[in-house]
Design a binder for this molecule. Structure first.
Ligand code: ZN
Length: 154
């Protein structure tokens, strides 16, 4: 698994987080790219044919945010994100959960799935309400776990 960090987040931290979130599923991932994009502060894609994950996070000054602008019809959950590190954890957990859906789980998460264009940017994704809802639940759990590891400030 190759990790390409195009943000100012420390390389060591990014590698530790991606490695710990992916665990054994890392064998299904060829490349993870972490980047900024002027149009996105929290967006992820898993290109399952290429085994590539692209995570787009905001710069530190763009937080806090909520995880989604979408309404409930897509399955996404609205969750408060404090900073760029939480955004990275959220997105990596969400996209890697899709690898679990496709490669490990015996449940058919993509039954009745559709190809849709989420943001009208020409990027079509394989979408299933059930899979998106589950991936967001998993990602929120990941952030909560991370928050427990942070020492409280005075
Ligand atoms: Zn998803």
């Amino acid at each position: 698994m190759r990790i390409i960090n195009r943000t100012k987040l420390p390389k060591k931290l990014v590698h530790e987080l991606i490695n710990s979130i992916s665990g054994k599923l890392s064998k299904y991932i060829k490349t993870v790219i972490i980047r900024h994009d002027k149009n996105w502060v929290c967006g992820g894609y898993y290109y399952y044919k290429e085994g590539k994950i692209v995570l787009t996070i905001g710069t530190p000054d763009e937080y806090p945010i909520y995880t989604t602008r979408q309404n409930d019809k897509f399955g996404y959950l609205k969750f408060y994100i404090r900073n760029d590190i939480e955004s990275l954890i959220f997105l990596a957990s969400h996209e890697i959960r899709h690898i679990f859906h496709l490669k490990i789980s015996k449940q058919n998460w993509y039954k009745n799935a559709k190809m849709i264009d989420m943001e009208k940017d020409g990027e079509e994704i394989l979408w299933s309400y059930k899979a998106e809802r589950d991936a967001d639940k998993f990602a929120i759990k990941g952030i909560k776990k991370y928050r427990e590891t942070i020492k409280p400030h005075r």
